[in-house]
Structure formats: structure tokens, C-alpha cells
Ligand binder design. Structure first.
Ligand code: 5GP
Length: 194
């Protein structure tokens, strides 16, 4: 998606450790006009799919998912990161290793909001090694629900997540795929520029 790539080039900051900061428009301050364009594009890319719910993970996925949901007219459920794991059976839970914070979170979704009747579109801001999305898939499988697709704003194509998920047969649609980024020069190359 050209609009998003242009914005990444203009405002993205490449940090050490293969981290892209996009706080100016995606992860802290949020550009809602841009999110709306992303919502329209996801609607187009997942045309024909039966989707009745969007699942994301707190915190950064929530804003994007809410705007995207307006184009699908479905509710958004977000997985919560928690310290205390609930063992009374009211929640689905899994563990997710955070790429940016280098720690493992317990993540939960209430059983009330996910079940076998649900057809889910997963939405997240970044796809790196695929831990966050794999955790969400794990929760969806526990619930007996169906993964209809995975919509990502920015995929870091130099990491394994996208390839791993596509090899498993999931429809992964990333609006911008980065193939390399240089923290010395700040240069970012997108996949289609190869
Ligand atoms: P994964 O679980 O695929 O390894 O990483 C995806 C998650 O880590 C996303 O939910 C996102 O919050 C965070 N993340 C991964 N890479 C980056 C990055 O380069 N920049 C930012 N801002 N977040 C990232």
C-alpha cells in the first residue's frame, strides 16, 4: 500500500535490534485518516470471506482493529496481557513472547467472546517472528473458531513470521512488507523494490 510505505519512509525511525519506530502515526500518535485507508484496503483484500469478528492484541493492535472493523461491521475483541493467570476456566489463555520487550506474557480472552461459531480476522500492527499472531491462532483454535485471515499493517519480511504463517496455509495480507532496514543510514527497502 503506497500511502503506508510513503509514511514509513517519511516518519519511520530505524532503531538498533531490527526495530522500526512508527510512533508518529501508528503506535503512539495515530493517523486515523491513514487507518481508514488501511481499513478499506483490508476490506478489499479479504473480499468474499465470511468474517464476524476481529481479534487483536493489546495495546497497539486495538486502534487499528477498531477502525478496520468499521469496514467489516463486526465487533473487535482484544486479547489481554495479564500477570495472574486465571485458572477457573473462564478464559482461553496462551503465552506470547514479546519481540520488542523480550519477555513472555500470559494472554487471555474471555470464553464469552469467542466460540465455535466465530470466523475471525486477526489484525495487528507488526508481524516479525510471528509469536503474537501464533498466540492468537492458538486461542482461536482452543475456542473452536475459524481463522479467516490475518491482516498486518507492517510486516518485517526479513523475519520468519510471514513465511511461517503462509506456509501453514493462512491468508496473510500485509499492507507494507519491509525486506531490509539499516539502523546506520536509516534506509528502508520494501519487498517490491527488490
Ligand atoms: P512477533 O510476535 O511477530 O515477533 O512481533 C509482533 C509484535 O511485536 C507486534 O505486536 C508489535 O507490537 C511488536 N513489534 C515487532 N517488531 C516491531 C517493530 O519493529 N516495531 C514496533 N514498533 N513493534 C514491533
Amino acid at each position: 500500500m503506497e500511502l503506508l510505505e510513503r509514511r514509513i519512509r517519511e516518519d519511520g525511525i530505524v532503531k538498533k535490534g531490527n526495530v522500526l519506530k512508527v510512533d508518529n502515526f501508528l503506535n503512539h500518535q495515530m493517523d486515523i485518516d491513514l487507518f481508514n485507508e488501511m481499513g478499506k484496503e483490508f476490506r478489499r483484500l479479504f473480499e468474499g470471506k465470511t468474517i464476524n469478528k476481529i481479534l487483536t492484541i493489546e495495546a497497539s493492535g486495538i486502534g487499528i482493529a477498531c477502525i478496520v472493523a468499521q469496514y467489516f461491521h463486526v465487533p473487535v475483541v482484544f486479547a489481554k496481557k495479564t500477570q495472574s493467570i486465571n485458572i477457573d476456566g473462564e478464559v482461553y489463555s496462551t503465552k506470547i513472547e514479546s519481540f520488542t520487550h523480550k519477555r513472555v506474557y500470559d494472554v487471555i480472552v474471555s470464553r464469552k467472546y469467542l466460540g465455535p461459531e466465530d470466523h475471525i480476522l486477526i489484525i495487528d500492527d507488526f508481524l516479525a517472528n510471528g509469536c503474537a499472531v501464533s498466540g492468537l491462532i492458538d486461542i482461536i483454535e482452543h475456542a473452536g473458531a475459524t481463522v479467516e485471515g490475518i491482516g498486518i499493517a507492517i510486516e518485517k519480511g526479513q523475519q520468519i513470521g510471514g513465511r511461517m504463517l503462509r506456509e501453514k496455509g493462512y491468508q496473510v495480507e500485509s499492507l507494507a512488507i519491509i525486506d531490509s532496514m539499516d539502523d546506520e543510514t536509516g534506509e528502508i527497502r520494501f519487498r517490491h523494490e527488490k
